[in-house]
Design a protein around this ligand. Structure first.
Ligand SMILES: *Cc1c(COP(=O)(O)O)cnc(C)c1O
Length: 363
């Protein structure tokens, strides 16, 4: 049996007629930049998430940058975040010459340990950037309370979590500003690069819209230093074709995750979703002691896996100047040694899942 990790080909074949029609409509109109489809997508994403404003953009990394620029992050400012995430989270902070300040993660959810945040707040702290890792929001109530008490902004890196909820609200609708990525293999992906910023705040929305087009407030008049950060119309058209199917896709991802959890043996540590949250299963990530051996044996049996993430950010070469060292964040470091993400997509059959779990259980 040959298993596909994200199975983007099956997805395309499933929605092909709508996707092709939408792409051709853009070609016919030649409205490649900021076409009507971009505006329509923004309206529909706001309806889907409940966020008052959706500002689509070039990718999930630029979405974070736009959010930080909107709250006026300056060199020397500090943003508290997690070391167990994709590089963009800290990169966005560092590229504005602000300082990523890490705190360790919760062992079971892999998300920032909200109870360790207050200890690292200084007078330079301007914000907290939790990541909804693998599709599950962090402990937003605790984070929100800390932010309020210390007058900090909360920016959620929701690159992996479009559609996830915390106490019934989507994570695009929590915090001051939230982001997502439409990278093809994310739960809600386009067929190239794409991203979005969400906010309920009028001022932030207005500024982010300007920042996305070089800080322009009137044609060829520039109020802020911004960026060329728009989403292509073709990518918006693809997302419009996929959006009506997304709820169903999430149900299917939930089915796959449930079956994995029911079928895997007890020595494998399963992912946990807290009771007040829903995740979108960007990844189904287990922890195993003999990870390298397990990964190789699965590979030999036609089962692809991935390691998100093998090196936590505080130990990355590009962030050496922050002077963190080994053992600073034991939970993140342990996770990076044990985690293994199994194939996850809406099209894994029951047969696929039992083949994967049987193979894994027998290693
Ligand atoms: C994918 C990802 C990003 C970046 O998104 P791009 O669209 O690839 O720029 C940022 N943060 C996290 C946690 C991600 O997983």
């Amino acid at each position: 049996m040959k298993i596909d990790f994200a199975n983007l080909q099956t997805q395309y074949q499933k929605y092909k007629s709508d996707i092709d029609a939408n792409i051709h409509a853009v070609l016919k109109q030649s409205n490649y930049i900021m076409g009507d489809q971009v505006k329509q997508l923004e309206r529909e994403l706001s309806l889907f998430t409940g966020a008052k404003y959706t500002i689509t953009c070039s990718n999930g990394s630029d979405a974070l940058l736009l959010a930080l620029m909107a709250i006026d992050i300056k060199p020397g400012d500090e943003i508290i975040t997690t070391p167990f995430t994709f590089i963009s989270t800290a990169e966005s902070i560092a590229s504005l010459k602000a300082k990523p300040v890490f705190v360790d993660i919760e062992k079971d959810t892999f998300n920032i340990d909200a109870n360790q945040i207050e200890a690292v707040i200084t007078e330079k702290t301007k914000g907290i950037m939790p990541v909804s890792l693998f599709g599950q929001p962090a402990d937003m109530q605790v984070i929100q309370n800390i932010a309020q008490k210390h007058n900090l902004k909360v920016i959620i890196d929701g690159a992996q979590s479009f559609g996830s909820t915390y106490n019934g609200k989507t994570d695009s609708n929590l915090g001051n500003i939230s982001t997502t990525s439409f990278f093809p293999s994310k739960p809600f992906g386009c067929y190239g690069d794409g991203g979005a910023v969400f906010t309920n705040n009028d001022k932030f929305a207005e500024k982010i819209k300007m920042l996305r087009v070089h800080g322009q407030n009137k044609r060829y008049h520039y109020k802020h230093i911004g960026m060329g950060g728009r989403l292509d119309t073709i990518q918006a058209a693809i997302l419009l074709a996929k959006l009506p199917h997304y709820k169903k896709e999430l149900e299917e991802r939930e089915r796959v995750a449930k079956n994995y959890s029911n079928e895997l043996k007890s020595s494998i540590i399963l992912p946990t979703i807290r009771s007040n949250r829903s995740g979108v299963w960007a990844q189904y990530t287990v922890r195993v002691n003999n990870r390298d051996e397990v990964q190789k044996k699965l590979q030999d049996n036609g089962i692809p896996t991935a390691i998100y993430y093998p090196v936590p950010l505080h130990l990355q070469e590009c962030l050496k100047y922050l002077n963190y060292k080994k053992a600073d964040f034991p939970a993140a470091e342990e996770a990076s040694k044990l985690v293994l993400s199994l194939p996850m997509n809406a099209y894994l059959s029951e047969d696929n899942i039992s083949y994967i779990t049987k193979t894994l259980n027998n290693i």
